[in-house]
Design a protein around this ligand. Structure first.
Ligand code: UD1
Length: 345
């Protein structure tokens, strides 16, 4: 298939681009570079062994988005599917700047869906998040849970986009949509050439730990050790980005074989790992102890959640293969070889 990957220069997008190419698909990337560096592209090209078609603009620009689809169709190279990763993703920033998040994440998606409808592109894989389960769903999270909600504007954009895509698909003939709810993506490509490169001080656990390991940050603060969990720290379902990328390829293949369908899938391992267990796994990968202190709880954090991944296992014939130790080893390879992330141009 010829697949348009929005946000294809980002963390999950870039790994998925490689997985798609490896599976024999043709890929076109569109990325605004608001949250990614252009220097990821030559690395992707080296790993893929071919040149990539990349368009640098913001999907909120509806005219440019429409022109991308129109030009592709005119050249006889229209898209068969879209994988939509593009969007702002910092939870804390979204609380401070809700207007920015709603405008950007919803605006870009509406441009995209409009262009897809107009140009007859009927397959969509959307990058959703476990955050849509809110704070009331029973653990493990199951896709049957109907009361989607999220505590942050970032998370609400995921809830809303799932709804918008579902509604548009319902009135658009032949549409097939997979809503992929990621748990906690970590890890990096085993080559060490691409990985997660957050701007500023990381908010998420794994990039924080790996920046402590490489000496960019002094110590980890564990946000609370008095939760009702095995060791008192929060438990999450960490998933290797390579497994996640494979989940997108599996979803695309599955959609291809379906009639009109919109379906949500949890992409997770089905197991919880505590903050301290992840830290200790990283210590094993790095080969030295990593400094940490226990601080107060972080507002909004849930004690523990993980995926019921049975639906993705059965319907997509997909499951996670990489262990916590693989996630740490690959993260460390990337971080130690690229202490400051991707080079600036
Ligand atoms: C967060 C977002 C979620 C988003 C996901 C992307 C919140 C409330 N949720 O999930 O919506 O989809 O990132 O991956 O922000 N921790 C520390 N010290 C740190 C950083 C984190 O102890 O410096 C702990 C947190 O308290 C949490 C765990 O590590 O228990 C994981 O945190 P994080 O990586 O930020 O992910 P989530 O909060 O699960």
């Amino acid at each position: 298939m010829r697949v348009l990957v929005t946000g294809g220069a980002g963390f999950i997008g870039s790994h998925t681009v490689l997985a798609l190419i490896e599976a024999g698909h043709e890929v076109v990337i569109v990325d605004s570079y608001i949250n990614a560096k252009p220097s990821v592209i030559p690395r992707l090209e080296a790993l893929a062994g071919k040149e990539l078609e990349v368009h640098a603009f913001d999907l909120c620009d509806a005219e440019k988005t429409d022109a991308l689809f129109a030009n592709a169709a005119q050249a006889g190279a229209g898209f068969d599917a879209v994988i939509h990763f593009a969007g702002l993703k910092a939870v804390g920033e979204s609380v401070a700047k809700p207007g920015l998040y709603y405008t950007n994440n919803l605006g870009s998606t509406l441009s995209l869906l409009t262009a897809m409808q107009k140009h007859g592109v009927t397959r969509l894989v959307f990058s959703s998040s476990a955050t849509v389960y809110g704070d009331k769903a029973p653990v493990p999270y199951n896709e049957e849970w109907d009361f989607l909600n999220s505590s942050s504007p970032y998370g609400q954009t995921k809830v809303m986009i799932e709804r918008i895509a579902t509604d548009v698909a319902a009135v658009s003939e032949g549409w097939k949509v997979a809503l992929l709810r990621y748990f906690n993506p970590v890890g990096a490509h085993p080559s060490g050439q691409i990985g997660e490169d957050p701007s500023g001080i990381p908010n998420n656990l794994m990039p924080y730990i790996s920046q402590v390991a490489v000496g960019r940050l002094a110590q980890l603060t564990v946000h609370g050790a008095d939760y009702p969990t095995t060791d008192g720290t929060c438990e999450r379902d960490y998933i290797h980005v390579m497994d996640l990328a494979a989940g997108h390829v599996a979803a695309l293949n599955h959609l291809d074989a379906q009639e009109d369908v919109t379906r949500a899938y949890n992409l997770g391992s089905g197991t919880g790992t505590s903050v301290l267990d992840l830290l200790h796994a990283m210590e094993r990968a790095v080969g030295k102890p990593l400094p940490y202190v226990v601080g107060p709880r972080r507002a909004g954090d849930l004690p523990a959640f993980w995926a019921d991944a049975a639906r993705a296992n059965a319907e997509l014939d997909w499951r996670t293969e990489k262990s916590i130790d693989d996630m740490c080893a690959d993260t460390w390879r990337w971080q130690s070889q690229n202490p400051h992330g991707f080079p600036e141009e």
